[in-house]
Design a protein around this ligand. Structure first.
Ligand SMILES: Cc1cc2nc3c(=O)[nH]c(=O)nc-3n(C[C@H](O)[C@H](O)[C@H](O)COP(=O)(O)OP(=O)(O)OC[C@H]3O[C@@H](n4cnc5c(N)ncnc54)[C@H](O)[C@@H]3O)c2cc1C
Length: 383
């Protein structure tokens, strides 16, 4: 892999960096306190072409490769993980699944709006009783003539109350586990679908995380995406790439932690000199720097594999596992550099730590990724 960015990738990164510094960083703390991002930011992401990265131009996308997608995602993660998550889900999990699995009609119906930011997508896999054990989901889809009728509940759904469409996974047949699962694109204004925002999150407070309740939700068969019984493959293929996007966002958190720690260490004086002179403070900073580099290189490797058509699922688990744990460590180390000031929300590092904490939990917990990596190395499944 050539680690030198192409001119196009460097330009995309510059554009993202300028946008994040101008439009996101100054507002992130305020959105966090208000528990809501300004939705016009989503439209701006669309106008800049970021919500259409890797999606073909004929469907309103902006093309580009997966490394460009990682560069933008990292910058958004540096600015505000709550904004980064909107893109990772709406583009990374929903639009990319439609591009990969959707019919021509589904692509024309949803992709231009998702890429422009006129619509937002959400990904409905987790249920109150099934998180890591997603293949045992219980939301039901039963045939009713040419339609499907869906009943059940999903929880922790990012963009849940904002989304115009949910990529939903439901059990459509009698087969247990992953075999009986089918995927649907359900417009969120369909009668019988109610949404309730979940408040009180430790981090990602600006993001709309919701519970979705389906009571007799009737959709035509052309809302089914992918073959009947293949919904779990749709979900797993989305998540394999989605984990790269979470990893890239974590690199952004770690980079923000590094920038903040270096800046503060140079300014803050104790014992008659800046704390940057104290070797144990330098150790904290160097630990963060190593985590940033290692997480970034692991994440870029996934993008490189995807763009060259190589297997990438295990690499994606490795990157997500490492980068998420690294983001928590980096934010925690940065908070240590800030001393007591790190503990109050006037300074940015407390938010970085709160936002980082969920990264080891969603899109596969760290434990689940260790089992996936172990399975790919040994050929033995622990599930
Ligand atoms: C802010 C937020 C946003 C989210 N967004 C979405 C979204 O958009 N769409 C969506 O579908 N879901 C979403 N999720 C859900 C997320 O993916 C789940 O929380 C995650 O999969 C873990 O499931 P769980 O919370 O039920 O934990 P559990 O599965 O109950 O796990 C609890 C603990 O047990 C461990 N554990 C479980 N099984 C094993 C095992 N076999 N071996 C070893 N340890 C194990 C886990 O690692 C964890 O430590 C979101 C969650 C949060 C918090």
């Amino acid at each position: 892999m050539d680690l030198e960015l192409s001119e196009e990738q460097a330009a995309v990164r510059r554009l993202a960096k300028e946008f994040v510094d101008r439009e996101i960083v100054p507002h992130a703390a305020e959105w966090d306190r208000a528990e809501s991002i300004d939705r016009s930011v989503v439209k701006s992401l669309g106008d800049l072409g970021f919500l259409g990265l890797t999606i073909p131009e004929e469907y309103g996308g902006s093309g580009g490769d997966h490394l460009a997608y990682c560069l933008v995602t990292e910058e958004l993660g540096r600015g505000d993980s709550a904004v980064r998550g909107v893109l990772s889900v709406s583009l990374g999990l929903v639009a990319k699944s439609i591009a990969a699995w959707g019919s021509e009609e589904q692509k024309r119906r949803w992709l231009p709006r998702l890429c422009s930011g006129d619509a937002v997508g959400c990904f409905g896999l987790t249920e109150p009783g099934t998180g890591s054990d997603a293949a045992n989901l219980t939301t039901r889809a039963r045939r009713a003539g040419d339609d499907w009728v869906i009943d059940g509940a999903k929880t922790f759904i990012t963009n849940g109350t904002w989304a115009e469409v949910v990529l939903l996974f439901a059990r459509s047949g009698p087969e247990p586990g992953h075999k009986g699962v089918t995927a649907f694109l359900v417009p969120t204004d369909t009668p019988g679908l109610t949404r309730r925002e979940i408040h009180g999150k430790l981090g990602l407070r600006g993001q709309a995380t919701a519970e979705l309740i389906f009571e007799g939700v009737r959709v035509p068969d052309d809302c089914r995406i992918g073959p009947e019984g293949k919904g779990f493959s749709v979900a797993m293929s989305a998540l394999a790439k989605g984990r790269m996007s979470v990893a890239a966002g974590c690199v952004g958190i770690a980079q923000a932690a590094l920038d903040a720690a270096v800046g503060y260490a140079r300014e803050r004086e104790q014992f008659g000199k800046s704390i940057a002179h104290h070797q144990l403070v330098q150790e904290l900073i160097s630990d963060i720097a190593v985590d940033v580099d290692a997480a970034r290189l692991l994440t870029w490797r996934v993008a490189d594999h995807i763009d060259r058509g190589l297997p990438f699922a295990t690499e994606s688990s490795v990157a997500k596992l490492y980068a998420s744990e690294a983001a928590v460590r980096a934010a925690n180390n940065a908070l240590q550099v800030f001393g007591g000031y790190g503990y109050i929300d006037e300074y940015p590092v407390g938010k970085l730590l709160r936002d980082a904490r969920v990264m080891t939990l969603y899109e596969g917990t760290s434990q689940i990724h260790k089992l996936l990596i172990g399975r790919s190395l040994t050929g033995v499944s622990a599930f």
